[in-house]
Design a protein around this ligand. Structure first.
Ligand code: NI
Ligand code: MN
Length: 223
């Protein structure tokens, strides 16, 4: 399978039989490498309803007859806008044709009243991918470092201000002990500037994890 970074917090996970996109913020994203009209997807995962995550989710889902997977409140809102949805909530896990999805905590707003932001563990094609969503550091991330899941690949925000910055993300890597880390949610705007090379240097000095810096449009193949 392969993971393609589509800028900001958006990743496309593709196996032989499924295409899963997470947080499809493409329209209005200055760094988006692809137009949403060009994408074909089966599932759309939405971590919360801030515009830089919900993005093109509803239009993508409607055009592709794809299913949006999110927390109950965000899924309901997408459903009201005409998308097919599957509502879950934090801590819940559910099989899908490509594998399974678990919703993880994320300390952040959801936008939708009564809602909660989340992250995702996506198990697809034998690989376990943790997308932290927008979140500050929290020590229960250890759960995804071998307690309830072992993330093979961790997609972690490093842009600071709204989420973890590089120092906290380094602690997250120590707790998650993934094989590969891909930084996200940085350099889209000046407010979240961060140096991914400096992050890579520190992570690889302090941990056994490898940092793969993906430019928007670049992909990571998993064997
Ligand atoms: Ni947000
Ligand atoms: Mn965000």
């Amino acid at each position: 399978m392969k993971i393609t970074f589509l800028g900001h917090a958006c990743f496309l996970l593709e196996s032989d039989d499924a295409r899963v996109i997470i947080d499809p913020f493409l329209s209005g994203n200055p760094l988006a490498p692809v137009k949403p009209e060009k994408l074909e997807v089966d599932y759309v995962l939405v971590s919360h309803a801030h515009a830089d995550h919900l993005g093109d989710a509803v239009s993508l889902a409607r055009r592709n007859r794809a299913t949006i997977i999110s927390t109950f409140e965000v899924a309901n809102r997408c459903g009201q806008e005409g998308a097919a949805t599957h509502a879950m909530h934090v801590g819940g896990k559910r099989p899908f044709p490509f594998g399974y999805v678990r919703l993880t905590p994320a300390f952040h707003g959801a936008v939708v009243e009564g809602g909660h932001a989340c992250g995702f563990v996506v198990h697809i094609d034998g690989h376990t991918i943790y997308h932290a969503g927008d979140t500050g550091l929290f020590s229960d991330m250890k759960l995804y470092g071998g307690v309830v899941e072992q993330a093979e690949v961790a997609l972690l925000p490093i842009g600071d201000n709204f989420t973890m910055g590089p120092e906290d993300a380094l602690l997250a890597v120590e707790w998650l002990a993934p094989r590969i880390v891909v930084p996200m949610h940085y350099n889209t705007w000046p407010l979240i500037e961060a140096d991914p090379r400096e992050f890579k240097r520190k992570v690889e000095e302090r941990t056994a994890s490898r940092v793969v810096i993906l430019a928007p449009g670049e992909e990571l193949k998993l064997g």
